[in-house]
Design a protein around this ligand. Sequence first.
Ligand code: BGC
Length: 272
Amino acid sequence: MTESFSVLRLRNQIALVTGGSSGIGAGVAKAMAAAGAVVYVNYSHSADEAAAVVKEITDAGGQATAVQADVSKEADVQRMFQQILQEQGTLHILVNNSGIQQDAKFLDMTLEQWQKVIDVNLTGQFLCAREAAREFVRRGPQPDISAATGKIICMSSVHEVIPWAGHVNYATSKGGIMQLMKSMAQELAPHRIRVNSIGPGAIATPINEEARDTPEEEKNLLTLIPYGRIGQPADIGKVAVWLASDEADYITGTTLFVDGGMTLYPGFADNG
Ligand code: BGC
């Protein structure tokens, strides 16, 4: 057991991390497993990558299983939840993380590019959150496991508030996630289900590799980050564990930006 296994804040909790096979999702899956959760690592196409994340977790003494589903497809999502409930009896934490970018200038953006990003990033979060909330309400409270009956964490972005030219499909999906999260939080609070978002800034993952693969591009990107470094998936993993834990029991309906200050309008630091 590594040292991080000594703080088991999510002990006996079953967690599903969508898009857990790479990037931020993999960072969250590993952090939750290290905090004692039994983690389902969802993937859509990358079975090998999901298996590698599961292996890393189990090699470190944690518990994880890979589960396939395209989160934008209702039948896939329902099959995934059925599998988890059959194997574990219930679920305590959903991390709605799957997300993609298909960038294009607005004038050139195809309906297909628009639809695909909305389907995965926004509809996918709706479908998974609905299944999770149904299970939380069916099962009811388990106070010996967690103060909340269930926890949903939506992976949003700084682009739920920062407009993004050349990425209107993506920025729209993240703006939509903000209202999806808040409206769910309002409706589900009486059931003691907490719903929150994490808004990552620039985290070093495959999704933004192109924006930082030359020293020049990396320098440009850093001008947007007052704290002066690009984030790592582990930066998000730690926050996700805390937000899912009882230490954050009074937090619902909030987006926690984890962005090194990207949402502080750094362009105004010496201008305006
Ligand atoms: C995007 C990344 C981008 C970051 C900051 C994220 O939501 O997926 O590509 O680097 O926001 O702009």
